[in-house]
Design a protein around this ligand. Structure first.
Ligand code: PMP
Length: 400
């Protein structure tokens, strides 16, 4: 009965890994997927995660019962504290509803479904460009997707004027998706002063901010600094949504652990929101998985484990920052034409190299280097050993 189906294309990001896996070359390099690798090019399980897992499996009082629809209570409380800050007035006033979801993607989807059902405005503005899955997640949730200008190719920086103009002319009440830090794919974030102007514009036009926080702590190595944008929008007393992921900052990619928080104006409204979120979640997957949330809660609630986590997290962030410098230096020493300073300036896991699809496909064919066709490279997939190979490939691609 399915013989009539047309073959669907590979996911543009995950498809890069499919192609990479098929390549037998010993020098092949995968810079497509956004997952951290060690200097040896291996996936990393944080030591603190191993410790937490050990505690969990050796605790005879734990079982494998279902979690509630909204997830693990401790996990939700601690996740809100992590993103909004322990002293957040919104937490103290019980104005935040937090539900455990399936990593960042699941949190965005639950938020999207909730908005499509209960919010008066269906339009959501996404930055252009944005993480490719945003468009699909929100469209399928029932929202109408539009874009606002974000990236200026000429300066390889933020198109701040364009952003202000586009959000300034958005219909009142529109939802605005904002990357909390480490914008994917560009690696370009607004400065604190620009955030303040964005905040004022959003509040004055009664737009509804929806933060995607997939990289807290991963951008600067500092959890508080990376939550600055979100916290400034909570400090003004207004409403917002925030999706959190523990994929990158705890390396829990496959555990699918994340959270959706909705900040309301009163505790009463927050409790209504929770009651309705349960109705959104129940028919999708009943309740979220236990193991990843137990790991996160174990780490966040124990001071020693928490401190150890922040050190390991900073280690990952610092390695990425050092890769930026090494790649920049390697291009400079080859005399590669062009200004590559954006490699050191960009924030987070990715750099938008500025290479065009033709140059990308040349690098894949001749150098076995895999990246998305928009020229985005994952800095976390690089090591001191592979930097020269990448620099050779970029040099060849731009001087061809
Ligand atoms: N948002 C952004 C901006 C991302 O880059 C990612 C991961 N690449 C996600 C959300 C979702 O990740 P996950 O579902 O694995 O937490």
């Amino acid at each position: 009965v399915f013989a009539h189906l047309v073959r669907a294309p590979e996911d543009p990001i995950l498809g890069v890994t499919v192609a990479f896996n098929k390549d037998p070359s010993p020098v092949k390099l995968n810079l497509g997927v956004g997952a951290y690798r060690t200097e040896e090019g291996k996936p990393l399980v944080l030591n603190v995660v191993r410790k937490a897992q050990h505690q969990i499996v050796n605790d005879p009082s734990r079982n494998k019962e279902y979690l509630p629809i909204v997830g693990l209570a401790d996990f939700n409380k601690l996740s809100a504290k992590l993103i909004f800050g322990a002293d957040s007035p919104a937490i103290q006033e019980n104005r935040i509803t937090t539900v455990q979801c399936l990593s960042g993607t699941g949190s965005l989807r639950v938020g999207g479904e909730f908005l499509a059902k209960h919010y008066h405005q269906r339009i959501i503005y996404l930055p252009k460009p944005t993480w490719g899955n945003h468009t699909k997640v929100f469209t399928l949730a029932g929202l109408s997707v539009k874009t606002y200008r974000y990236y200026a190719p000429a300066t390889r920086g933020l198109d701040f004027q364009g952003l202000l103009e586009d959000l300034g002319s958005a219909p009142s009440g529109s939802i605005v998706l904002l990357h909390a830090c480490a914008h994917n794919p560009t690696g370009v974030d607004p400065t604190p002063e620009q955030w303040e102007q964005i905040r004022q514009l959003i509040r004055s036009k009664a737009l509804l901010p929806f933060f995607d926080s997939a990289y807290q702590g991963f951008a600067s190595g500092n959890l508080d600094a990376d939550a600055h944008s979100v916290r400034s929008f909570v400090a003004d007393g207004g409403e917002l949504l925030a999706a959190q992921s523990y994929a990158k900052n705890m390396g829990l990619y496959g555990e699918r652990v994340g959270a959706l928080s909705i900040v309301s104006k009163s505790a009463d409204v927050a409790s209504l929101v929770e009651s309705q979120l349960k109705l959104v979640i129940r028919p999708m997957y009943s309740n979220p998985p236990l193991h990843g949330a137990s790991i996160v809660a174990t780490i966040l609630k124990d001071r020693d484990l928490y401190n150890e986590w922040t050190i390991e997290l900073k280690g990952m962030a610092d390695r990425i920052i050092s890769m930026r410098q090494q790649l920049f230096d390697a291009l400079r020493s080859r005399g590669t034409p062009g200004d590559w300073s954006h490699i050191i300036k960009s924030i987070g896991m990715f750099t938008f190299t500025g290479l065009n699809p033709e140059q990308v496909s040349f690098m894949t064919k001749e150098y076995h280097i895999y990246l998305t066709s928009d020229g985005r490279i994952s800095m976390a997939g690089l090591s001191s050993k592979t930097v020269p190979h990448l620099a050779d490939a970029i040099h060849a691609a731009v001087t061809r």
